[in-house]
Design a protein around this ligand. Structure first.
Ligand code: ZN
Length: 289
């Protein structure tokens, strides 16, 4: 019997969001489980899907990374070198493939979000859609002519190197690998480490928010220099800071100095999906399985 439903997994570092969608992408059920160790978490997820007794056509997993996405690798679908205890080497695909016997697709959460945005959100009709999340971590993915961009692996846009803001002194950066990369300078933990508060708790339009906007604007200019995207979508908890997106747009237009075809004020935008961004990413991936 061919399946009629899709199993969706948004695999995050603190929680797994599970969902069941019909073939049109309507999300019929949602469930959250805490991210415990790999075995416990995957068993709980499989149990929840099994309890619905549905004929699944496929599963889509939009996951934190880094991931092994080389289909020729014996470790395809596994988390690779994460500082998260108990997750390095954990295979996210196999438990679902074994339990349900249907195709399972996996990619990073940001690649999933980029694909969903390109198909049904702010990137619809655009040629090159970049999705960046600025939260506990910073990550980015790109969809070009409807296809997710991969090289040796998924992009690691959160770890691009940036020039220092002249007033950002005395802070080494929060990335355990590079110190002061984009994630090390502009993630939620980097903001908290510098100022002891989240960005939305700091003065609206003040020097701290302007500094973070300046870093994000550098990232926009770098992406424009490399890809000339017609759409850069910013999601994640830090971007919920009121007014931040506007600061990024105006800073990026200044830094770009009118050189790029895309005006930052026109191509930098908020996501089309709110709460369901991760699940819609998983659905977009499931459809391609
Ligand atoms: Zn880094």
């Amino acid at each position: 019997m061919s399946g009629t439903h899709f199993g969706l997994i948004e695999a995050g570092g603190t929680k797994f969001v599970l969902g069941i969608a019909d073939a049109d992408g309507a999300i019929l059920q949602r469930h959250r489980i805490p991210t415990l160790d790999a075995h416990e978490t995957m068993s709980a997820a499989c149990d929840w899907f099994r309890s619905h007794d549905l004929p699944f056509a496929g599963f889509g997993i939009a996951a934190f990374g880094p991931l092994d996405l080389d289909k020729a690798s014996p470790n395809w679908g596994s988390i690779t070198r994460t500082p998260k205890p108990g997750w390095s080497g954990a295979n996210l695909v196999q438990p679902f493939a074994d339990a349900f016997g249907c195709p399972v697709a996996i990619d990073t959460d940001v690649n999933g979000a980029a694909l969903a945005e390109a198909r049904w959100g702010g990137g619809r009709g655009k040629r090159l859609c970049v999705y960046l999340t600025i939260g506990t971590g910073v990550g980015g993915g790109a969809v070009v002519d409807g296809r997710i961009l991969h090289g040796l692996s998924h992009p690691e846009m959160g770890h691009m190197r940036l020039p220092r803001h002249p007033d950002d002194t005395g802070f080494a950066g929060a990335c355990p690998f590079h110190g002061a990369c984009l994630e090390g300078l502009a993630s939620g933990p980097a903001i908290l480490a510098r100022w002891g508060k989240s960005l939305s708790e700091l003065t609206s339009g003040g020097t701290e928010q302007q500094m973070i906007a300046w870093y994000l604007a550098q990232a926009v200019c770098n992406l424009q220099a490399i890809l000339e995207p017609d759409c850069i979508i910013f999601g994640g908890g830090v971007m919920a800071t009121p007014g931040l997106l506007g600061l990024v747009q105006s800073e990026a237009d200044i830094l770009g100095a009118g050189y790029f075809v895309g005006k930052a004020s026109a191509i930098v935008m908020a996501p089309g999906f709110g709460e369901d961004a991760g699940l819609m990413g998983a659905f977009a991936l499931a459809g391609s399985a």
